[in-house]
Write a protein that binds this ligand. Structure first.
Ligand code: NAP
Ligand code: FE
Length: 364
């Protein structure tokens, strides 16, 4: 057995966890750039809690609240300019994956003034100013991963920024998710579940990463039932948040696999929310495995067989997009042309396999 395990993010999980640990901010820096989406952080109490904590420990801040879903490099440049103009020395990302990922990218841009949206992908191992993350969806796990997924309009795709920015602190308080609408709750939970699946069935998985994945599947056995019954009570909110964090810890070790890479064009060109873009491909991806032994271990923890999991996905996911065979072939060619997108998959796949997963998932 051989593995390297690293989880440098300090995780604070529980009710009112920000106000109970406000001194954390004082230990990180003197002036924060707070990064949020347009509305939700102000509505769900997370922004108010962060501002109260910062005020009480006398840490200054400035707000950038313009992050859109699937954040673009243009927005990231704009936010980082605000940070540079105001001499911030750390960033606090509050929101779903979009603001948290944007916060990480801005922390890189602020630390490295020579970096911009046109040269970022050719840069190696850049340092960033510190980032704290407050998750308000239970999905991406971005609060505990090193990844920042950004939209490159120049390359017409979403991609990883290619830098490693683990938040120094992650705050998880499920009260911020209580009013998350049912559809966003489902889409983000499916994202967390796909992280569990793709991290588990991954060439990089090892004993440590699997430990998180397996606990996550156990939690999802409960969470799926609650999602199907639309019982989004505080117990569910806590457990799904925990599951998404465990899934984040797992993919921080392993990376994701086929559905994530294949889902990006569905988000970029067809506007599918991130979780749905992966989720719509997940069942056919699972069916495509020749060796199902590890999938059976996963299903055992979920307490169901593949048909029952497919039934749950059919109930939760309803994707109606117009897509042609030609588009599928183009996405598939582009996907297999990048060998790094295939290396996390444990079996050999060819162009035709990828085309089939797209077709069986989308041309029903
Ligand atoms: P999101 O794009 O951050 O947010 C989706 C929507 O949910 C927005 O309209 C947002 O409103 C709203 N929202 C957020 N929190 C809410 C709350 N508590 N109550 C009500 N509404 C709320 O969604 P996401 O699925 O969390 O993040 C997706 C992004 O993360 C994608 O770009 C994806 O590629 C990336 N991702 C990153 C990782 C990673 O490891 N870094 C992993 C997976 C996915 P506002 O805009 O007003 O805030
Ligand atoms: Fe994801």
């Amino acid at each position: 057995m051989e593995f390297v395990y690293s989880m440098p993010t300090k995780i604070y999980f529980g009710r009112d966890i920000i106000l109970k640990n406000k001194e954390v901010f004082r230990n990180i820096g003197k002036k924060a750039l707070i990064v949020t989406g347009r509305n939700s952080a102000k509505r769900n109490g997370s922004y108010d809690d962060v501002v109260k904590a910062l005020t009480e420990v006398e840490v200054d801040y400035i707000l950038f609240d313009e992050v859109e879903e699937n954040p673009s490099l243009e927005t990231i440049e704009k936010g980082s300019q605000l940070g540079k103009d105001n001499n911030v020395d750390f960033v606090i990302g509050i929101g779903g994956g979009s603001p948290m990922d944007a916060a990480k990218a801005m922390a890189i841009f602020i630390k490295n003034p020579e970096v911009n949206k046109d040269n970022i992908f050719s840069q190696k191992k850049l340092k960033s100013i510190p980032v704290a993350a407050v998750a308000t969806t239970s999905g991406t796990g971005s609060e505990v991963t090193q990844y920042s997924i950004v939209t490159s309009n120049k390359e017409k795709t979403k991609k990883n920024l290619g830098q490693s920015v683990f938040p120094v602190a992650a705050f998880l308080d499920s009260k911020y998710t209580f009013d998350l609408p049912y559809d966003i709750t489902v889409n983000t939970a499916i994202d967390a579940f796909t992280h569990l699946v793709e991290g588990y069935l991954n060439t990089n998985s090892n004993y440590m990463s699997e430990t998180y994945g397996e606990k996550g599947f156990e939690l999802f056995k409960y969470c799926f039932k609650k999602l199907i019954n639309k019982e989004l009570d505080s117990n569910f909110r806590n457990k799904v948040m925990l599951a998404s964090t465990l899934a984040g810890i797992q993919i921080a070790q392993t990376g994701t696999s086929l559905p994530h890479g294949m889902g990006y064009p569905l988000t970029y060109f067809k506007g599918l929310p991130h979780g749905l873009a992966n989720g719509v491909l997940t069942i056919e991806y699972l069916k495509s495995f020749k060796d199902k032994s590890k999938i059976n271990r996963m299903l055992n923890l979920l307490g169901m067989n593949l048909e029952e999991l497919e039934d749950i996905f059919n109930k939760l996911i309803n994707v109606n997009i117009e897509i042609t065979e030609e588009e599928i072939i183009n996405y598939s060619k582009s996907f297999v042309s990048n060998k790094s997108k295939l290396k996390n998959h444990t079996e050999k796949v060819e162009l035709e396999d990828i085309i089939q997963i797209y077709k069986k998932s989308l041309l029903k």
